[in-house]
Ligand binder design. Structure first.
Ligand SMILES: C[S@@+](CC[C@H](N)C(=O)[O-])C[C@H]1O[C@@H](n2cnc3c(N)ncnc32)[C@H](O)[C@@H]1O
Length: 233
């Protein structure tokens, strides 16, 4: 086959398998949602429930009218918005298949659910700014400076950024080995983000550190929840 035909086919494939503004090489585009969710629900991982629980606590504590969930995957935790004061939810993910499943699961359950397939690093990601942004276990896969710029652009001044970071563990793999081998593709993209580094970069971007707490799972994995306030009027 001629080279130009191959190029056109490759472009067509990219358009059908991804969304605008993404990092084309994101390994997340190769992970079936079933594999990801089954992995996260394993007792040895046990992170899905923790992430949903932390979102519920944040909703209760901050009583925001609008929230953005960055890296929403298949919508884990979105049910926690039901019967709350939250009137508008924006949920963003780079994987169009995850967004499609989130739509099937939640479009009828949540009024004003704005699902976006987008790269969180993209300057083109823009929506009406929200009062709370939840960025849980996504900074490990993205450029922090570019991500903070997007978070700042889409958060109201005085609004809260809540980030959950995975902490280093001397005896455990960053990505717990499991039967879901497709997740191995994430290893090359994963990097631990040190909470102090995130604080420093957030401060440089115009956020004020508010508080921080450790989250320990029975599996032994440790996480840090950090909240920041966006300075401004
Ligand atoms: C570890 S998961 C986050 C946890 C997820 N919210 C949950 O509760 O299971 C990371 C998510 O971020 C998404 N993601 C990774 N890089 C991204 C990017 N650059 N822009 C938007 N989403 C991204 C992935 O597709 C994945 O769904």
């Amino acid at each position: 086959m001629h080279d130009h035909v191959l190029i056109i086919l490759a472009q067509m494939h990219r358009k059908t398998s991804s969304c605008s503004g993404e990092t084309p090489s994101s390994p997340w585009l190769t992970i079936p949602l079933d594999d990801y969710e089954a992995h996260m629900a394993l007792p040895a991982v046990g992170q899905a429930q923790m992430l949903a629980e932390q979102l519920a606590i944040l909703i209760e504590r901050h009583a925001p009218a609008s929230v953005a969930v960055m890296g929403c995957a298949g919508g884990n935790g979105l049910e926690r918005f039901e019967s709350t004061c939250v009137r508008r939810v924006v949920a963003v993910d780079i994987n169009p298949k995850y967004i499609a499943v989130s739509k099937i699961r939640y479009a009828n359950r949540l009024a004003n659910l704005d699902l976006r397939c987008a790269d969180i690093e993209s300057p083109g990601l823009q929506f009406e700014p929200v009062e709370l942004i939840y960025a849980a276990l996504i900074l490990e896969y993205t450029n922090t400076v570019a991500t903070l710029a997007t978070l700042k652009r889409n958060l109201r001044p005085g609004g809260t950024l809540a980030a959950i970071l995975q902490l280093a563990h001397p005896q455990q793999h960053a990505i717990t080995p499991s039967d879901y081998r497709t997740l191995k593709a994430l290893s090359s993209a994963f990097k631990l983000v040190v909470p102090a580094d995130l604080s420093a970069q957030a401060s440089a971007a115009g956020f004020e550190f508010v508080d921080s707490s450790a989250i320990d799972l029975p599996s032994g994995k440790r996480f840090q929840l950090q909240t920041f306030k966006l300075l401004g009027q």
